[in-house]
Design a protein around this ligand. Structure first.
Ligand SMILES: [Zn+2]
Length: 462
């Protein structure tokens, strides 16, 4: 067989098949065995939610570009996961005279009606097998739950023989894991805030995490701290998905030792409830929220509804601590931003007047590509109609968005001319204007250093 211009492709459906079954390696070896060059073998690993089709798209691109005329796959269900995808691929394979060959069962003749019919059956069968496998995976979970097997131990807990135990092994930075885990909860009880708790723990144990797995060390993230403190597993119950905040408790009675006493948990719960009450509802973002940054590079967060403060722990890779953390008054920040905008108003007017080009969104592009793939084959009339309908809805939405934008832009032009403009705006409208015009506000302690306007509109230094 002359295989210099042949490609190989293979899809495995879960990372597990790569790790444990060595399925991927075996398939690649099979493809190499028949004489396909390693550099022409492509593959995808799919996991439940992600479709991971990089290798598949490459193959299709190579067929379209005429680089490959023969594609080998181990068997049909290692090529595609849905009949619809096969219809798309079929069009390209036929148009470019490429063949699809199965190591398990020879050539699929894409030029005879029988061959095409057979391939469609294969595609449907592959989809069926895939769905059956997914169901088996779900059944596996149900079995785990029924047997109350312990999984995913949170920090402070470990699993031995499918059961949870308090982890009394040494913690790499001193003491035992159990002691450090208790320290987390007790610090929270004495400090009262999650932020302060993490600050103190980081000073004591360092910012660097221990281990690779989530449960190997205490979290440096405030949201995850809440989830950990609420996790039923540290309270002695067997539970699934406790580490994601979604809980399915399967044991009505405790199954193992808890990290804290009932009295301590009571205090923790009271603090958690109190702090969640203080949370400002999502709708009340301040006009500059998300645009203010500390000189150290971290994004600032709103404190007590009046200040923007450096949030050093929320930025991965940021320094261990920041010495410029004082709060910048939200009022002053807005005044400075309005001042900067008025300074640059001439530039802004020019920016607003420049014509705006309408571009297709990725979703529109994808639909248009699909439309081309479908060609004018009468068999696909239904798919074609449904795509055309979707496209027209998207175009309509884009149109009304643009109209809205134009009205708002006219408001923006008045900024330079009318200082009263800002007084008439409610917070949400100010936020809209700021999001359009401001790239970032850089602060140090309680002072603004620099305001970067949107690209092309310059910066104002203070
Ligand atoms: Zn900072």
């Amino acid at each position: 067989m002359q295989l210099q211009h042949a490609d190989g492709y293979c899809r495995v459906s879960t990372p597990k098949q790569v790790k444990f079954g060595h399925a991927l390696e075996r398939y690649i070896e099979d493809l190499e065995f028949i004489g396909i060059d390693r550099s022409r073998i492509f593959w995808d690993v799919e996991s439940g939610a992600s479709s991971g089709r990089k290798g598949y798209n490459l193959i299709l691109d190579r067929v379209i570009a005429g680089i490959t005329k023969q594609v080998f796959v181990p068997c049909f269900d290692r090529f595609l996961r849905s009949p619809l995808l096969w219809e798309e691929a079929l069009v390209e394979f036929r148009k470019h005279g490429a063949t699809l060959e199965l190591l398990s069962g020879g050539l699929i003749d894409l030029n005879s009606p029988e061959g095409i019919y057979k391939s469609r059956i294969d595609a449907a069968a592959a989809a069926y097998v895939r769905e059956k496998n997914q169901k088996a995976a779900l059944d596996g979970w149900a079995r785990t739950r029924r047997l109350q097997k312990a999984v995913n131990p949170p920090f402070g807990i470990k699993v031995i023989d499918d059961k949870y135990y308090v982890n009394r092994e040494p913690y790499p930075k001193g003491g035992s894991v159990y002691e450090v885990a208790r320290d987390v909860g007790l610090t929270y009880i004495s400090d009262g805030t999650k932020r302060g708790t993490i600050h103190k723990l980081v000073q004591k144990y360092g910012l660097e995490r221990v281990g690779q797995r989530n449960g190997d060390d205490f979290t440096r993230d405030r949201n995850k701290l809440t989830i950990w403190l609420r996790n039923p597993v540290i309270r002695g119950y067997t539970c699934y998905f406790g580490n994601r905040g979604k809980q399915i408790i399967v044991s009505p009675e405790p199954t193992h030792e808890a990290l804290f006493t009932p009295l301590e948990f009571d205090q923790i719960d009271r603090l958690l409830t109190a702090s969640s009450r203080k949370l400002v509802p999502k709708g009340t973002l301040k006009p500059l929220s998300g645009l203010v940054f500390c000189e150290c590079g971290s994004r600032c967060i709103k404190r007590r509804n009046h200040y923007y403060c450096c949030d050093v722990y929320d930025a991965p890779g940021s320094p261990l601590d920041c010495d410029r953390r004082g709060g910048l008054s939200i009022k002053e920040a807005e005044a400075a931003v309005i001042y900067a905008i008025s300074l640059q108003s001439k530039m802004i007017a020019a920016f607003v007047d420049s014509p705006k080009t309408t571009q297709d969104t990725p979703e529109q592009e994808e639909l248009k590509r699909k439309l081309i793939l479908l060609g004018d084959d009468a068999d696909f009339e239904e798919s074609r109609q449904s795509i055309l309908k979707k496209l027209s809805v998207l175009r309509h939405q884009a149109g009304s968005r643009e109209k809205d934008f134009n009205i708002r832009r006219e408001q923006l032009v008045t900024i330079g001319a009318n200082p009263d403009f800002w007084n008439g705006l409610i917070e949400t409208d100010r936020r809209f204007v700021f999001l359009q015009l401001i790239e970032r506000v850089v602060k140090s302690r309680d002072r603004i250093l620099r305001i970067d306007l949107a690209p092309g509109l310059g910066s104002v230094t203070f």
